[in-house]
Design a protein around this ligand. Structure first.
Ligand code: PEP
Ligand code: MG
Length: 593
């Protein structure tokens, strides 16, 4: 039977594929295809890991103290039995042999299948055995890691990964952390669905940067979908269709082809300069997460990096943060690849939904921190970790000798912090001079993403060379809406008059004071806001590389002077979106849609 599940559209397009269900605790399990010639070796790897766990459990049994004997031994016997049961071992082997899944992926797929069967059991004792099964699988996955041979960090070339004739796969999970999303950038999934999450959570942002269709906040999806179901992800409408009928499937395949054609058309704009109808050149920059994204920036025809979210270098690190040298290499790689085009490196923005590795202790800290978005995040965290911050500042300053670097600071809200920041930068420079290491005096910018910063812009601008408006957080903090929480996502409103007034004011004030201003939040890459931002006088936009061509197409058809005349009317309206919609049909040369 076909079922529809509704969620929030976060990344456009249509994905059609077989569902891979992943439990949140295991999302960081590697997912890749094993080449045909390596299947036997992968099955042996699985067998070796299982044998290792059997040995460990048997040894544990021998060590059980007398007084705890019966209960513990019974538990270990249950684990040993589960481990050797065909429903786990033989079925997992089949995922490897028939689907070419790597052992970890095969195990977690089979775990999901059996876990469902446990959930449906009447008998409470048997239902509770699900936890034992999960523990056993965790043990085998850990043993696989210890045995090595996982080629995830050195994935085979693309052609080999796209193992012949396989169905496309889409990921279904309760939740995916931004750090885990990064891992999926190198894996096989063509779309994803999560039960939780907001439109502008960092998980959603990474999905948009990957340009794969995605729906979040689909509440029951991971319960309704079963392993291997065919599903359609409609990333435009925020709908997930489970087991679609052949007619619906055909309709969506048609839409997929249309999207591909539109992409090919947009591609032709790559080398066209972005200039409005009234002759204003517009700077289109790109947002990136990792050094490997640099090529995508150039391919998209962007004229620089407007936001390098450096915190992604700090994730998936097993507790070891990148030091000065490693960061210097990472930043230099981007700066050299951009060959003189500006690269705006944002200092680390850890906190809120972007946590460092989630060790139990850190999770506890996050759990106890009732409002992580209001807590020790971004510049606040950096100032509380002076050594780490010094390393990052020195790495950025050193990379500046290879091209044009700009340093951007997230979540600026207090002049006290700004003074500490300036001191930290001066200290980093002095240390470099003492070491006789070269650097350039880079431009320093503030993210305007807290209303306080927007309201005190003239005071801030005494210290900064440029500003970049982070609309994602500006909306979150102006409206007191957690951007990652789907329960309040209907209130997360970029069209709110307070938000629009803060953006318009910031652009106008920065320009009046002769400072460069850009927008790097998601509004910059959303064609629904292009006329509005151009009308406000914005001349620099930063977005995912995948958005550059569609925004350019829009810009080429806009007369910004016409929209400029309507900005006050729109911003002063009780419902700016309605006013804007009316104007769209009335303004000559409007581009519609
Ligand atoms: C923003 O807040 O708009 C922004 C660009 O930063 P991030 O999404 O990384 O918080
Ligand atoms: Mg932000």
């Amino acid at each position: 039977m076909s079922i529809q599940v509704f969620g929030l559209p976060v990344s456009r397009g249509v994905a059609i594929g077989r569902a891979v269900l992943v439990a949140s605790s295991r999302v960081d399990v590697a997912h890749y295809y094993v080449e045909a010639a390596m299947i036997d070796a992968e099955v042996r790897r699985l067998g070796a890991a299982r044998d290792l766990v059997v040995q460990e459990l048997t040894a544990l049994k021998g060590d059980v103290p007398e007084d705890a004997h019966d209960e513990l031994v019974a538990l270990l016997d249950v684990h040993l039995m589960l481990l050797q049961d065909d429903s786990l071992s033989e079925a997992t082997r089949q995922w490897i042999v028939e689907r070419h899944y790597n052992a970890e992926w095969a195990l977690s797929s089979q775990l999901e299948v059996i876990a469902r069967q446990f959930d449906e059991m009447e008998d409470e004792y048997l239902r509770d055995r699900k936890a034992d099964l999960e523990q056993v699988v965790e043990r085998v996955i850990t043993a696989l890691g210890r045995l090595g041979g996982d080629s995830f960090d050195n994935p085979p070339p693309q052609g080999q990964r796209d193992f012949a004739g396989e169905d496309p796969l889409v990921l279904v999970a309760n939740d995916i952390a931004p750090a885990d999303m990064l891992k999926f950038r190198r894996s096989v999934f063509t779309g994803f669905v999560t039960d939780v999450g907001g439109r502008n959570s960092h998980t959603a942002i990474v999905a948009r940067s990957m340009d794969i269709p995605a729906v979040v906040g689909a509440r029951e999806a991971s319960r309704i979908v079963t392993q291997d179901d065919w599903i359609i992800i409609d990333g435009d409408a925020g709908v997930v269709i489970v087991n679609p009928s052949p007619i619906v499937l055909e309709e969506y395949r048609f839409r997929q082809r249309q999207v591909e054609l539109e992409r090919a058309r947009l591609d032709r704009l790559r080398h066209t300069p972005a200039v409005t109808l009234d002759g204003h050149p517009i700077e289109l920059l790109a947002n990136i997460e990792l050094p490997s994204d640099a090529q995508a920036v150039l391919d998209a025809g962007a004229v620089g990096v407007g936001l390098f979210r450096s915190e992604f270098l700090f994730m998936n690190r097993a507790g070891r943060l990148p030091g000065e040298e490693e960061q210097y290499e990472a930043y230099s790689k981007v700066v050299k690849a951009l060959a003189g085009l500006p690269v705006t490196i944002r200092t680390v923005d850890i906190g809120a939904d972007k946590q460092l590795d989630r060790t139990p202790q850190q999770m506890e800290r996050v759990d106890h921190n009732l409002n992580p978005a209001l807590g020790l995040r971004a510049i606040r965290w950096s100032l509380s970790e002076p050594e780490m911050f010094g390393e990052q500042l020195r790495a950025i300053l050193r990379a500046s000798v290879h091209g044009k670097v700009r340093l951007l600071v997230p979540m600026v809200a207090q002049l006290r912090e700004v003074r500490l920041l300036i001191e930290a930068i001066e200290r980093a420079k002095a240390q470099l001079r003492a070491r006789a290491q070269a650097y350039v005096d880079v431009a320093i910018g503030a993210m305007i993403e807290v209303p306080a910063a927007a309201l005190m812009l003239p005071s801030l601008l005494k210290y900064f060379d440029f500003v970049s408006i982070g609309t994602n957080d500006l909306i979150q903090y102006t409206l007191a809406i957690d951007r990652a929480d789907e329960a309040v996502s209907h209130l997360y409103d970029p069209w709110h008059p307070a938000v629009l007034r803060l953006i318009a004011q910031t652009i106008a004030k920065a320009q009046e004071l002769g400072k460069e201003v850009s927008v790097c939040g998601e509004m910059a890459g959303d064609p629904a806001f292009t006329e509005l931002l151009l009308g406000m006088g914005l001349r620099s936009f930063s977005m995912h590389p995948t958005q550059v061509s569609s925004i350019k197409k829009r810009i080429l058809r806009v007369d910004s002077s016409v929209w400029n005349k309507h900005i006050d009317l729109i911003c002063e309206a009780d419902d700016p979106q309605v006013t804007y919609g009316r104007l769209q049909t009335a303004v000559p040369g409007h581009v519609g849609g």
